[in-house]
Design a protein around this ligand. Structure first.
Ligand code: CA
Ligand code: CA
Length: 497
């Protein structure tokens, strides 16, 4: 080969996976005094470079076989765990942390997913940052909170900005607490950004509780042959009798503090003498606290039925979240008229009238007050009735959405944990004590008493800050049936203050 020795330079600009296209990481030159030609180049996942080609010389001291020889040249990735001579270190800092949850209350609640975005910037004028990785490190374990793993940012040029997005998920078992995380962004050669702490609030799932309102079950045993879809074939005397089929309208109410999700109801007969001849499955979807829905089904009663206890049914209310699914039994009386008082209530008139008087939209203002309603004590009124009155006021307050109201289930749980008895508390002293356990700003305590037909509800609002009664109210109900309305009015008065 008498050709002039021309060294052909093979200059390699390696473009790593996380490096912008313009970034030159390192350069190498290879060649012999003979003619060298690079023909192929490949980079593997670790940044190693492979070059193939042909050479007339002997690369790297390899003996030439004469003429043109093929070569393969492997070059390991540069050691980027140290700074090169004359290289400035980077100057990383965490530029900002933002949190975005699904319902925008900045609290991670159960069954919710949130995005935590961390910006990391490299100061302009500093050196290049390599292998930047950001991670979230929980400072303490908070039940029900999970988060995604580390995020690789890669190289950040001086003045460059990267962003790491972490997904935080609130599980069903999340508790009401504070969760803190350390945000750490490391650099390949140890020039890490200063850590930041992120503190966020978490909230337990408010449990729904769908109950069958058996006392307001309505019944239709009228045979109306012109109505083709009606399955009732009976005497029309409002009494279920053997040999008849009847239509049953059954109210269900969410008496819990939280909304249901994907609610389905299924009713099954537990007696061989009763057969459900209509659909037995109902899709109710979401029931908000206090919300009521009806299911309607038809039952045929065998002529052979001779029992006296009534016909048994199982009502299964399932929630998408299985732990909130529940089952109740229901008895359909046979050969017994429904009580007339209940028949009136079935029509829903006293309740519906009272409800329609309440504005449909919830007040826009939301107080910072958190309240708990203790069970009321009764004078000439049974403890159960007094507790029902307190429960109605509690539910109304929840529905109005002005205050955060501790639901009954949580009250029981918290008070049981500290061994506190709720019943019979009407005085300031015990109200303050109970309020402290429940971590509320105000406690509502009261009594229900009776004078003849008239019921009197007396309510005190006790403020925790002053440990004093801040408001007192009295509301009367003409009779037992008017109690629901009275509770509604009283709750509105309470919420209006
Ligand atoms: Ca939230
Ligand atoms: Ca009948």
């Amino acid at each position: 080969m008498m050709r002039a020795a021309v060294g052909v330079m093979v200059v390699l600009s390696v473009v790593g996976v996380q490096i912008s296209a313009q970034a030159t990481r390192w350069t190498r030159q290879l060649g012999t005094s003979g003619r060298d030609e690079g023909r192929g180049i490949a980079v593997d996942g670790s940044g190693n470079v492979y070059v193939t080609g042909e050479t007339a010389g002997g690369l790297d001291g390899n003996p030439s076989a004469g003429g043109k020889d093929a070569f393969i040249w492997a070059l390991a990735d540069e050691d980027d765990t140290v700074l090169a001579k004359g290289e400035k270190p980077p100057l990383l800092r965490i530029g900002g942390v933002t949190f975005a949850d699904q319902d925008n209350d900045n609290i991670l609640s159960g069954d919710e997913t949130a995005a935590l975005k961390v910006a990391v910037v490299n100061a302009s004028g500093a050196g290049r940052a390599r292998k930047v990785v950001c991670m979230l490190i929980p400072e303490q374990r908070v039940r029900g909170v999970t988060h995604s793993g580390e995020v690789k940012i890669g190289t950040l040029e001086p003045g460059g900005r990267g962003e790491a997005t972490f997904t935080l998920t609130g599980g069903e078992d999340i508790v009401t607490a504070t969760a803190s995380f350390i945000v750490r962004c490391t650099e390949g050669r140890g020039f890490d950004a200063e850590e930041q702490r992120v503190v966020l609030r978490t909230r337990a799932v408010a449990p729904p509780e769908v109950r069958v309102v058996a006392g307001e079950m309505a019944l239709d045993d009228r045979f109306e042959p012109q109505q083709r879809d009606k399955l009732a074939v009976g005497t029309g005397n409002n009494v279920v009798e053997p040999g008849e089929s009847v239509e049953v309208r059954l109210p269900l109410e969410n008496r819990g503090a939280g909304a249901t999700r994907g609610t389905r109801v299924r009713i099954r007969s537990s007696s061989p003498d009763a057969q459900i001849i209509s659909t037995d499955t109902f899709v109710l979807g979401t029931l908000n606290p206090g919300e009521r829905r009806h299911i309607q089904f038809a039952v045929a009663v065998s002529r052979k039925y001779t029992g006296t206890q009534g016909l048994g049914f199982t009502v299964s209310v399932s929630d998408e979240r299985r732990r909130f699914s529940r089952e109740e039994t229901l008895t359909l009386p046979v050969n017994r008229p429904m009580r007339s008082v209940q028949t009136v209530e079935i029509q829903g008139k006293p309740v519906e009238v009272a409800r329609s008087a309440v504005p449909e939209s919830r007040p826009a203002r939301r107080s910072t007050m958190t309240v708990a309603v203790a069970d009321f004590s009764g004078q000439d009124v049974s403890a159960a009735e007094a507790a029902t009155v307190a429960g109605l006021i509690r539910t109304e307050l929840v529905n109005m959405g002005v205050y955060r109201v501790v639901d009954r289930g949580n009250m029981d749980k918290i008070l049981a944990e500290v061994g506190y008895q709720m019943s019979g508390c009407t005085e300031t002293g015990c109200a303050v004590e109970m309020g402290k356990h429940l971590n509320v700003t105000h406690m509502i305590v009261g009594t229900v008493s009776r004078l003849g037909e008239t019921y009197i509800i007396m309510v005190n609002v006790v403020g925790m800050e002053t440990a004093q009664i801040v408001r007192s109210y009295r509301q009367t109900a003409e009779n037992k049936r008017d109690l629901i309305n009275a509770c509604s009015v009283l709750a509105q008065t309470l919420a209006a203050e």
